[in-house]
Ligand binder design. Structure first.
Ligand SMILES: [Zn+2]
Length: 461
């Protein structure tokens, strides 16, 4: 199928497309706009946007800006006046925790996990995870997410939901607890990898996901490392989420969590690490020299009172953090537009410096840097010829988006998830005019409500 996304305001997130001389102004504001002409904010080369069209052939983007007349589309999506940008990447979540949304709030991480979450999760079944995953993919697509990284249980059920929904995902084979628990899981992990790695035409990848250094014994971490080496996949872990995680690590291991990870050999693998809230300069050096990609989860960190990652320092050291929502039980939603907004604001407030984490830097975290974290930046994260068509279209014909002086600022500071009209992943339209086409919304909502209630009642019986 050949698709033409016509006459949009394209934010490609791809400096390599910045080939034309920079211009000031905005399409329509001062005339002189030609289709395919690049516009950019002065002095900020990479903050570019252009007006024009995108040609998609099958799964792939083949032209951006000007589309030759020889391209004859089967279908045209009119994007006039709308913002067209890469799909968002949610680089850290636990999809099925949506079943525990608004179940346990206003607690610190350790009380929340020990007293509320883990006792319920002990009763978790495969059908819970399937219902929670369908709810999660529905929520993700509706907030413009086309790729995400997940860490949870009964991962095959999440893979089934991902395959059905048409979204892209790195699903973690989860390591947790002592070596006996780990050995009991290894055959499931092997099957998960064999069945699902590369499934959905390459949209699904299986990563290695040791939960954290405080929930995995040394032997379990070693088994996770071995699994990652053998499968040559990425490691997804929670790191330095709380002050207590750091002080416990120093007591137990004599070093910080980051140093412990390095000592244990984990950082020889490509690693993306959720939270990274409590890092001292030595920890930053460790992450930097091992190319660890931090995943910033501001909503969850704020809600659990954990603090939040030192993102401006990360940027100044040349690190490129990604962005994630964490689970909908500690956030309490999977709304990446909201996450983008919060990530762009909190660092300005705490530092007293409004120039830190610019709108463009925040947008990078939510797109190309997320794709880098998941190791799929050769496929998505930008709008460029040759990449997969993971694209979202945002309505601007609403009061809170006008006048549209700067589309990048508009996306980060003004747009709401409900403004996202259309979502494509690998060239397939997953949502059109706010209607998700690949899952039955009413059925998913009904099942999730019933399954969530059933899970809680099982945990209490
Ligand atoms: Zn998490």
């Amino acid at each position: 199928m050949k698709l033409l996304i016509k006459n949009g305001i394209i934010i490609p997130m791809a400096p390599s497309l910045n080939l034309a001389p920079l211009n000031k102004g905005f399409p329509g504001s001062s005339g002189g706009l030609e289709a395919g002409g690049l516009k950019a904010r002065e002095n900020l080369e990479s903050r570019n946007y252009l007006t024009g069209s995108i040609a998609v052939d099958g799964e792939q983007i083949i032209h951006v800006g000007s589309v030759p007349e020889s391209f004859v589309p089967d279908r045209i999506i009119d994007a006039s006046g709308k913002i067209v940008m890469p799909g968002l990447v949610n680089a850290h979540t636990h999809l099925s925790m949506g079943l525990l949304r608004n179940y346990a709030d206003d607690l610190d991480l350790f009380t929340w996990l020990n007293e509320k979450i883990w006792p319920v999760e002990a009763h978790l079944r495969e059908d819970d995870v399937h219902a929670g995953s369908l709810l999660g993919v529905l929520e993700l697509i509706r907030s413009g997410v086309t790729a995400f990284a997940d860490m949870y249980f009964y991962q095959q059920s999440t893979c089934r939901a991902v395959e059905q929904a048409g979204i892209r995902a790195n699903i973690g084979a989860t390591f947790f607890g002592d070596i006996r628990e780990t050995e009991a899981r290894l055959s499931d992990h092997e099957r998960l990898y064999q069945v699902w790695n590369g499934a959905g035409n390459g949209r699904i990848l299986i990563d290695t996901a040791p939960h954290s250094i405080y929930t995995c014994t040394r032997e379990t971490l070693a088994a996770a490392l071995e699994f990652s080496r053998e499968k040559n996949n990425r490691i997804h872990i929670h790191l330095s989420e709380t002050f207590r995680e750091n002080s416990d690590s120093r007591k137990t291991h004599g070093v910080s969590p980051a140093a412990y990870m390095e000592e244990s050999g984990m950082l020889e693998r490509p690693v993306y690490a959720a939270h990274c809230v409590h890092l001292d300069p030595g920890d930053m050096d460790i992450l930097l020299r091992n190319n660890v990609i931090p995943v910033h989860n501001p909503s969850s960190n704020l809600k659990l009172g954990s603090g939040f990652a030192p993102v401006p320092e990360m940027f100044s050291r040349g690190m490129l953090p990604a962005l994630g929502t964490d689970g909908a039980s500690s956030n309490n939603n999977l709304n990446m537009m909201e996450e983008l907004h919060i990530a762009s604001l909190i660092h300005k407030g705490i530092s007293g410096d409004p120039t830190v984490v610019s709108a463009y830097e925040a947008l990078k975290m939510a797109t190309i840097s997320g794709a880098r974290a998941l190791g799929i930046d050769h496929l998505c994260g930008t709008i460029e010829p040759g990449k997969q068509a993971d694209i979202i279209i945002i309505d601007t014909h609403v009061a809170h988006m006008q006048p549209l002086h700067d589309p990048i600022s508009a996306v980060v500071y003004s747009a709401q998830a409900a403004d996202i009209q259309t979502v494509l992943c690998a060239g397939r339209v997953l949502m059109e005019d706010r209607r998700v086409l690949t899952v039955d919304q009413e059925k998913v909502l009904r099942q999730a409500a019933a399954q969530g209630a059933s899970l809680i009642s099982r945990s209490r019986s």
